[in-house]
Structure formats: C-alpha cells, structure tokens
Design a binder for this molecule. Structure first.
Ligand code: AKB
Length: 315
C-alpha cells in the first residue's frame, strides 16, 4: 500500500516545515495536514488539509480511515510557558492526543507514529552538561511532566503491544518560516526578528542561560531520519536525546552583532527563567549518532546567517 501520512498540528512551528518537507519527499496528496485551525496560505494551498482536534478519538479515527493513513506525526502540544498558565488544558491536550494515536496503532489502524518529546523531561537534579540519555528525570513543569509520562507510555505501548512509535527529545528550535508559540526557548527566534527590524531586543532569559538549541532544517532531517530508520536499529523507544549546539542569550546576541553591529540587547528575566534553569545546558546524543547516524549541519554561526538572510527577504 502506498504511504499515506497524517500530520497533526501541521500549522505549528515544526508541523509547517515538516508538512513541506514530507510533501516534497513524497507527494502533496500523500501528506494530509491537519490542525485545530487553518494555517498560513502557503501551507493551506500546498495539499490536503483537515480541521482536526486530536483529543477527539472518533474524529481522528474517521480521518485516518478516510485517507487510509498508515503513518502519523503527532506535533500538536501545548509548550512549556503556556502550559504553566493552563496546567489541566496542557495535560489533557498533550496526553489525550498521544493516547488516541497510540490506541489507534494498538488496534492496527496505523502502522507507525512519530511523537516529539523535549529537553523539558529533565529537571533540576539532572546532570546539566552533556546530559546522558538515561539519568535522573524530575521535571518541574507541567509540559515536562507530560513529556516524561508520554515517553514512558510510548515505551510501554512498544513493549507490550508492539506499537512502532519513534520519538526525539527536541532542544529549542530556531526557524524563520513560522513563529514558535508558548515555549521557553522562543527567545532564540524572537531575537532575530527584533534585531533585524528594531535593532533592539529585551530578552526574557538572563544573559548566561545556556540551553541546547537546533536549527529547524536539522530537526526536520532528524525527524524524517528516525522515521525512515529500520526498526531493528532503534534501541530507544521512549525518546532519543538529540543535540546540535548550545548557547546563551549573550552568545546569540554576539553572533547577531557580527552582522548587525548596532544591535542592542538587554535582559529582563520573567517566569520563564525558572523553567530554563531546570533544563540541561547540553545533551549527549551519542545513541542517536550510533543507532541512526545522526549528525547536525547547523552551528550558531550558520544559523544566524541563514535566519537573518531569510527573514530579510521574507518580509
Ligand atoms: C519549549 O521551550 O517549551 C520548547 C521545548 C524545549 O520543548 N521549545
């Protein structure tokens, strides 16, 4: 049977670029985009789209049957900063959507699932530098708790029911096509927009807050790579650590200043500082490197150059 892919949360920061990438790789008709609301014009015009609430099992089952879907990428989630404001809504969205997809796979209505986890699964007692794949995990945010629980459920469904679920612990993701929404690492996208158009940015994290980050092209490449890996190569069915670069707000500002010398940054940490302080500074992704040959293409310098160039021509 030809591959038929459903992307849930296709209008978000990752979903948008994943939809474009998968449509390019396969065909527009083979990749069904879905979200709770419509996305930008380019996405809406690039292939089939369904309004879909992933917490509604029946609606999800209907779309899967109609398009004869065999692979699902579940990208809908409430991110760390917003989830702190709406804990129960975040828990319901992040967990129920995952259970719906896992149960559809358990009932053999789909063959393969991608579900994103995050560096938010770690907490204050986790080793901060080069954080191992398996270590202390005591997340202190609603989002982190939902991602850690989700990882355990993914592993459980794989072990008990043979569900082919694959997952990555994304670091902060930097992109120019779509804004992130409600995350703690969003500053690393905002800063490029503000530097380019206002030459001034007030950062909501402190200047020395070092976090793992990744350019979106690398994240999309990793996502497709793990989905295309042979099942027998995958030794982790909870979620893989995934790394590319780590930097502080002061360092990204310096990198921007090499292109925009009169850019000025100041720092006014808010409630997101506490979230960032509980996360790793860098992660050890050697299992991803060994199991499915992961290696990133973008460092901070290349990210800055690409972001500024594309934002300048886009607007
Ligand atoms: C967030 O900041 O909440 C996300 C993440 C690191 O998972 N970008």
């Amino acid at each position: 049977m030809a591959k038929s892919i459903l992307i849930i949360g296709a209008c978000g920061q990752i979903g948008t670029e994943l939809t474009y990438a998968l449509r390019e790789k396969y065909s527009n008709e083979q990749v069904i985009a879905s979200d709770i609301r419509e996305g930008n014009e380019a996405l809406m015009n690039s292939g089939p789209f369904e309004i879909l609430d992933a917490t509604n099992y029946d609606a999800l089952e209907e779309v899967i049957a109609y398009y004869e879907i065999n692979e699902v990428y579940l990208m809908a989630a409430m991110l760390s900063a917003t989830a702190e404001k709406f804990p129960m809504r975040a828990w319901n969205l992040n967990m129920n959507s995952l259970f719906n997809v896992l149960n559809l796979a358990k009932e053999k209505k789909i063959d393969k699932i991608f579900w994103p986890s995050s560096i938010a699964v770690f907490g204050l007692n986790t080793p901060k530098n080069n954080t191992p794949q398996s270590t202390v995990m005591e997340p202190s945010t609603v989002y982190g708790i939902s991602k850690q629980s989700g990882e355990r459920w993914c592993n459980y469904y794989f072990t008990k029911y043979g569900v082919d679920v694959r997952s990555l612990r994304y670091p902060g993701l930097i992109s120019w096509k779509t804004f992130p929404g409600g995350g703690t690492t969003d500053y690393a996208v905002e800063i490029y927009h503000e530097a380019l158009f206002n030459k001034q940015y007030t950062c909501f994290l402190d200047k020395d807050t070092r976090l793992p980050m990744m350019f979106m092209d690398d994240a999309i490449r990793a996502t497709i790579a793990i989905m295309e890996s042979k099942a027998k190569k995958l030794t982790i069915r909870s979620s893989y650590n995934l790394g590319a670069m780590s930097f502080t707000p002061a360092e990204i500002a310096e990198s921007i200043k090499t292109h925009i010398p009169d850019f000025n940054i100041n720092f006014k940490p808010d409630f997101r500082q506490e979230i960032a302080d509980s996360w790793p500074s860098s992660v050890d992704d050697s299992l991803a490197q060994n199991d499915w040959d992961w290696s990133p293409n973008f460092d901070l310098e290349k990210t800055t150059k690409t972001m500024l160039k594309n934002l300048a021509t886009k607007n």
